[in-house]
Structure formats: C-alpha cells, structure tokens
Design a protein around this ligand. Structure first.
Ligand SMILES: Nc1ncnc2c1ncn2[C@@H]1O[C@H](COP(=O)(O)OP(=O)(O)OP(=O)(O)O)[C@@H](O)[C@H]1O
Ligand SMILES: [Mg+2]
Length: 205
C-alpha cells in the first residue's frame, strides 16, 4: 500500500481538506483508497461518513485490513500539534509526505520549523520519504504564489501545487465529496491545480 501522510502542526493549515480531496481524487481514478484519521476531531472520518455510496469508494483504514486488499493508497490525516515521537511514528508508515502551507508570514515561519524537524527525521534524510509542500488557499500567478514558490524551492522543497481559495472545497466537504466529484464545468481550474499533484505522485511509478 502506498502511504501518504498529510501533516502540518499548524491548526487550520488545510490538512483535512487536502487529505479528503486526495482520497476522492485517487478513488475517482479507480484506486483502492483507504483513509486513516489520526485526529481526535475526526474531521476526515466525518467526511467519510457523509460520502454518498454511489461515488467511488473511500474505505476507512483498519489495522486488521487483510493484506489482499492492501493494494492501492492509504491517506493519513494528522492532527494539529504533531511533533517528536508521534511524528517519527507517523513517518515510519509513509512514503509520501505533503505539507499544506498557508500564505502568511506566520504560516511560513511555523511551517519552516516543522519542515526543518521533518528533514532531521531519518526517513527524510535517507530519502525514503518524498516530501512536498502544497500552497493552500493561494491563487496562481499572484504575489503570494510567487513568494511560496521562491521561498520553499530555495529551501530545496518542491512546491507540488497550489490550491486556490474557493467555496467549492467547503461545499464539497459537506456532501462527503472532493472537488473531483463536483461537475467538471464548475471545477476546471481546481482540476488543473490537482493535476500537477497527481503527476507528482505518479512520477516514480
Ligand atoms: N482551498 C481552500 N479554499 C477554501 N477553503 C479552504 C481551502 N482549504 C482549506 N479551506 C478551509 O480552511 C479551513 C481549515 O481547513 P482544514 O480543516 O482542512 O485544516 P486542518 O489543517 O485540517 O485543520 P486542523 O488543524 O484543525 O485539523 C476549513 O474551513 C476549510 O474548509
Ligand atoms: Mg484537520
């Protein structure tokens, strides 16, 4: 099972939005997708419980899932405030880590503390884990987008994509959906932004 961890200790940085949309996207592509919610708030789990059965399935992850059904993807949504041993434990599970980042100076400063800690973890040092940043709530071709790109790339961190601020994410979540489950005509720009992320995931396949 390919495992992707979504993590950023900063509360409200967009972890759950990124995690559930990734799950929906991978499911829509025909993958077997499981979602593990490590947050006590259970936001991803709530999303999952609202997911319409007629949409491509996203399954909850259970440790006793039989190995025969373990092909595909496991997406892990993590809580705010993760650090130390908990972070190391979560990293052991993952081959991909995505860090959703807001655009403010304060998002960036807090984010860099986290990324610095991540880079010191063995799994990242040994390049067993692929690490990427996702700009959250950032419109492409804006000053903020340029800042994000220049800053993280300058620190050797790929900016995998930037997801614009749109009510479509908020609305979709209420319906147990990802952006990919909404009508294509209403989500053309969002889909373009997601394509870059999906390309990044499939690059080493
Ligand atoms: N691209 C976006 N466009 C519009 N709203 C967004 C976008 N990304 C995230 N949000 C909103 O920002 C808020 C925080 O997002 P989210 O809950 O995903 O963050 P989180 O990191 O999981 O928070 P927590 O640390 O509490 O778990 C939510 O209201 C979500 O709907
Ligand atoms: Mg969350």
């Amino acid at each position: 099972m390919k495992t992707l961890l979504v993590a950023n200790p900063k509360g409200g940085s967009g972890k759950t939005t990124l995690a559930v949309n990734l799950a929906a996207m991978l499911a829509q592509q025909g993958n077997n997708v499981r979602l593990l919610d490590l947050d006590r708030q259970q936001s991803a789990q709530i999303w999952l419980s609202r997911r319409p059965t007629q949409l491509p399935a996203v399954w909850p992850y259970h440790a006793d899932t039989p190995s025969a059904t373990r092909a595909g993807w496991l997406i892990i949504d993590s809580p705010a405030g993760v650090h130390g041993k908990m972070l190391a434990r979560m990293l052991k599970l993952a081959q991909y880590v995505l860090v959703p980042m807001g655009t403010s100076l304060f998002d960036r400063e807090a984010g860099m503390v986290f990324v610095t800690a991540l880079k010191e973890e063995k799994a990242v040092r040994k390049e067993r884990v692929r690490l990427g940043v996702v700009g959250m709530r950032v419109a492409p071709r804006t000053w903020a987008a340029q800042q994000i790109e220049a800053f993280y790339t300058g620190h050797g961190l790929p900016v995998v994509t930037m997801l614009q601020d749109t009510q479509a994410y908020v609305k979709a979540a209420f319906e147990g959906k990802g952006i990919v489950d909404l009508p294509v005509r209403q989500t053309l720009r969002e889909r373009e932004q997601w394509q870059t992320l999906m390309d990044w995931l499939s690059r080493d396949e």
